[in-house]
Design a protein around this ligand. Structure first.
Ligand code: URP
Ligand code: ZN
Ligand code: ZN
Length: 461
């Protein structure tokens, strides 16, 4: 099966040029001017940007949390991702106490089996790592699960102590793996939360008021210090604020291999969301919380100058009516997380490129290429090059759309960006050469997504 994309403006993290792309059996086989073949399928990309499929390295489909589970499963969540131009996700499997790492991954294979619409990999959240289980990390790495998330937050649920973090960093880095850190001082936060509740402060806004930026900065500082002691790289997930970013900047300026992602919610929403009437603020109960507006400029600066490398979504939706409701009388019982997997590309194009904050190449780099490099998928994913998977998005930089629960495809009853007008719309999506989205229709099949055995961490700049 041959497909030819004609007349496109190809934009990668480093290039920007006009050429045709010939695809055969799911791979890019030729890039050139006026390629002279008679393909099975012709796609005219005139007026569109032709960019690598987006990679969202932080999603939580069906994550069990706070007595419920994230409302998107691997079918609805990956279909919504495809609509927005994301062709790869890396989701988080969870190891519960007493489980082997293999048991944990197997459980997530069962959840995803036959459901995913795009390609996917797994990180593994480790919650129970006694010394005799540490070697299992190396086994995971051999099986293509090459990154692990550890939590400094949520004592009693996910939190692991500093010694465990240090040992896990050492063990995984010896085998070429990477630790992703949820960096917040969860023990101190818990003390602040308990005090707030004792004072009768139960509304959603207290979620934000009990998680100070300094608690995140302290976590980032400690994560980086432990990584330096262990001689390991570290990747900070969902970095939300300037205080935390300062710690990453300091480390990177010293040559420490510290990396970090931020998410659209921290770039486009501010803490006024918690002042919405009634229980509305619960829609924005996620961790870290949405910060004061001035932090946004600092995050954009970090993205521009590569102190932040990646945009993920931390997609972890819970329906407002039934699930967020669990914390109506106690903000600490509101399931943490929000929806976002569908609109990452449009939001970042609109807020970044269209507003002149980042270049087109940088847009591609932070939404696709950098994640591919950091998480062992490059050059199969994250670029448009001969030999790469034909994960390609035709993106209209001029079209506008209004984000709304009325037109989104995520399985959740609200949008965090309701009514926001964005310029830059995904029109056509190819995943391994197959057109899976075109003209607002999903043309793929559930279960077509392939599990990606990822390579080792390979230290980008
Ligand atoms: O609120 C969030 N972020 N929920 C998902 C779990 C996590 O910490 O990433
Ligand atoms: Zn987290
Ligand atoms: Zn997360």
């Amino acid at each position: 099966m041959q497909t030819l994309i004609r007349n496109g403006r190809i934009v990668t993290a480093v290039d920007d040029y006009h050429a045709d792309i010939l695809i055969e059996d799911g791979k890019v086989v030729m890039i050139g001017h006026k390629i002279d073949v008679k393909p099975d399928k012709n796609i005219d990309a005139k007026g569109k940007l032709v960019i690598p499929g987006g990679i969202d390295p932080h999603t939580h489909m069906e994550l069990p949390f706070g007595g419920t589970a994230a409302s998107d499963d691997f079918e609805t969540g990956t279909r919504a991702a495809a609509f927005g131009g994301t062709t790869t996700i890396i989701d988080f499997a969870v190891q519960y106490k007493g489980q082997s790492l293999t048991q944990a991954i197997d459980a997530w294979f069962q959840k995803s089996e036959g459901k995913t619409c795009i390609d996917y990999g797994f990180h593994l959240i480790c919650t129970d790592l006694p010394d005799d289980r540490l070697p299992q990390m190396k086994q995971m790495i051999r099986e293509g699960v090459t990154s692990f998330k550890l939590f400094m937050a949520y004592p009693g649920v996910f939190l692991v102590d500093d010694a465990t973090i240090y040992k896990a960093m050492q063990t995984s880095s010896e085998a070429g793996g990477l630790i992703c850190m949820h960096a917040e001082n969860g023990v101190v936060i818990d003390a602040i939360v308990r005090r707030a509740l004792a004072e009768g402060k139960t509304a959603p806004k207290y979620h934000a008021l009990t998680r100070p930026t300094k608690a995140e900065a302290e976590g980032v500082h400690r994560a980086i210090a432990l990584a330096e002691i262990a001689g390991a790289p570290v990747y900070i997930v969902h970095l939300s604020c300037s205080d935390a970013l300062d710690e990453v900047v300091r480390a990177r300026d010293n040559g420490t291999p510290a990396y970090a992602e931020t998410c659209p919610q921290y770039l486009f929403l501010d803490s006024s969301v918690y002042e919405k009437p009634g229980f509305e603020g619960a829609k924005y109960v996620m961790t870290p919380p949405i910060r004061e507006k001035w932090n946004q400029d600092e995050l954009w600066r970090g993205l521009k100058f590569n102190d932040l490398q990646v945009i993920s979504t931390d997609h972890c939706p819970f329906c407002f009516k039934e699930q967020k409701e669990l914390g109506r009388n106690d903000f600490s019982k509101i399931p943490n997380g929000g929806p976002g997997v569908e609109h990452r590309m449009s939001l970042i194009f609109n807020g970044g490129v269209a507003q002149g904050k980042i270049s087109l190449n940088r847009f591609v780099e932070i939404t696709s290429t950098a994640a591919a490099k950091i998480f062992g998928l490059f050059p199969r994913k994250g670029t448009i090059a001969v030999g790469s998977d034909a994960d390609i998005v035709l993106f209209d930089p001029d079209e506008e759309m209004t984000i709304s629960v009325k037109n989104h495809h995520m399985n959740v009853d609200y949008s965090a960006y309701e009514g926001m007008k964005v310029k830059g719309v995904t029109k056509t999506v190819l995943s391994r050469g197959e057109v899976i989205v075109d003209g607002g229709k999903f043309l793929g099949k559930k279960g077509r997504g392939e599990f990606l055995k990822r390579g080792l961490f390979n230290s980008p700049k």
